[in-house]
Design a protein around this ligand. Structure first.
Ligand SMILES: *Cc1c(COP(=O)(O)O)cnc(C)c1O
Length: 461
């Protein structure tokens, strides 16, 4: 039974301050998207009405977090906010050592450089853009070990973030333990549509890796959202709190990289957390080169304070019920309107299946990119592409990678938009669905070398 949808999820907060947003004309939006080369990343946010580009750094901080900002200790070394953050991470997540970084990819960079050597293999439950790139830049190769259901937008598997243990063991046997520095496990798998991994599966993955003496590094960007889904769906977890489940997940792993801009509701920040003393020692040396001294690592003291408080808020059951409840509210509206979306609905957004939405376009015509552009023109709602553009090119052959999932992501920031905003989004998607045959494909006119989805430009065919 799915309590997330059935039970009321009204927000456990009221609004104290508002930020005006502007409703533009269709003519204005057409000009804006043309100038942006049909890439929603290149729009000015002033031209956007409801911004669903990402849930990264876009959530609303609480009055307590803002109060924490005023308690920033901006000492270059040994800021009290660092110690508060360290203590919070030890007590809420259970990791031993903390290296603060400016955001998630800062942690990924340091960890990859320390742990990966040329020719290594990093198995993981689906790739993430920045994570995979840092693994490759360090000389490694990512290999997907997620269950097949994760690549199928119609599969109703409740835990599409699960690891296929047979695939993992086959990789270990083929390449050998020495070439596998760690297994990369993400809690909620972003690229699969925000899908959770089950506790049972993570325990089994832990048991298998322990047998071979291989570490698990946890991409814990949305760990509390994953914990909530376990509470809602996994046998035996109904009476455990999100906080308890979150810690249980972390304790099954050896270290983590965190983009605090998601779960932890800060505008900027992240960290590397690690139990191994030697890796910590090396990371502490390296962070000084790339991020900042080991007691701030690219964050201001006030940012570390807001992060410590955000971690505590992120694992509150009431908060999570409202956060995921809002996403599911929008999801249900789209399901009721027969819009093809990734099922079951994940935790941080709705992923529209662009292949199904625009069957008249081939993947070479960038259907998800074209759909995101059409949605913006219709209503000023800004979404993003998660398909062939995001997947980049094959390093060896130079050809596009063609992922099974060609998606448009409607990502919901935490505590920012209202139910009426969700209604407007659903209406707009329904409106373009009724006119879908008129949406044209795109061709790429500018392609950056790395993470091309951020800056690529397109023209209508
Ligand atoms: C956002 C994200 C990252 C990268 O974090 P940044 O803070 O954007 O650098 C890594 N993994 C996942 C799953 C993410 O969603």
């Amino acid at each position: 039974m799915d309590k997330t949808i059935k039970h009321s999820w009204a927000e456990p907060f009221k609004i104290k301050m508002v930020e005006p947003v502007f409703i533009t004309t269709e003519e204005h939006r057409k000009k804006a998207i043309l100038k942006a080369g049909h890439n929603t990343f290149l729009l000015h946010s002033d031209d956007v009405y409801i911004d669903l580009l990402t849930d990264s750094g876009t959530s609303a901080m609480s009055d307590r977090q803002w109060a924490g900002m005023m308690m920033g200790d901006e000492a270059y070394a040994g800021s009290k906010n660092f110690y508060h953050l360290e203590e919070t991470i030890q007590s809420y997540y259970g990791y031993k050592h903390l290296i603060p970084t400016h955001q998630g990819r800062g942690a990924e960079h340091i960890l990859s450089q320390i742990m990966i050597k040329q020719g290594d293999i990093i198995p993981g439950n689906m790739y993430f853009t920045t994570t995979k790139l840092h693994q490759e830049l360090a000389g490694g190769k990512f290999m997907d070990i997620i269950i097949d259901e994760a690549h199928d937008p119609e599969s109703m598997h409740p835990f599409k973030g699960n690891v296929n243990l047979k695939k993992l063991e086959a990789i270990i046997k083929e390449y050998g333990v020495d070439r596998i520095p760690y297994v990369s496990i993400s809690t909620t798998v972003n690229m699969a549509g925000g899908q959770p991994i089950s506790m049972e599966n993570l325990k089994a993955t832990r048991a298998l890796t322990a047998k071979y003496g291989i570490k698990i590094i946890h991409d814990m960007t949305r760990v509390a959202e994953n914990a909530f889904m376990i509470q809602q769906k996994e046998e035996g977890y109904q009476d455990k709190s999100v906080a308890e489940i979150t810690k249980e997940l972390c304790l099954l792993t050896d270290g983590a990289t965190m983009s605090a801009k998601k779960d932890a509701m800060v505008n900027i920040g992240g960290f590397l957390a690690i139990n191994d003393d030697d890796i910590f020692e090396e990371a502490r040396n390296m962070v000084v080169i790339y991020e900042g001294l080991h007691t701030y690592g690219g964050m201001a003291g006030r940012d570390m304070e807001a992060l410590a408080l955000g971690i505590k808020e992120s694992v509150q059951d009431d908060h999570m019920r409202a956060r995921v409840g809002q996403v599911h509210y929008l999801g249900q509206k789209l399901i009721d309107a027969d819009i093809p979306i990734v099922n079951p609905v994940g935790t941080h957004g709705i992923f529209i299946d662009a292949k199904k939405f625009l069957p008249h376009l081939t993947q070479d015509e960038f259907p998800a990119q074209a759909l995101a552009s059409a949605l913006y023109i219709d209503s000023g709602v800004r979404a993003m592409e998660r398909g062939v553009v995001s997947a980049g090119r094959n390093k060896e052959t130079g050809a596009h990678n063609y992922p099974n999932l060609e998606l448009v992501r409607l990502t919901i920031p935490r505590r920012v938009y209202t139910q009426a905003h969700m209604d407007v989004i659903a209406e707009s998607v329904e409106c373009i669905y009724s006119q879908r045959n008129s949406i044209k494909g795109l061709k790429m006119t500018y392609e950056p070398k790395y993470l091309r989805f951020f800056q690529a430009k397109f023209e209508e065919i």
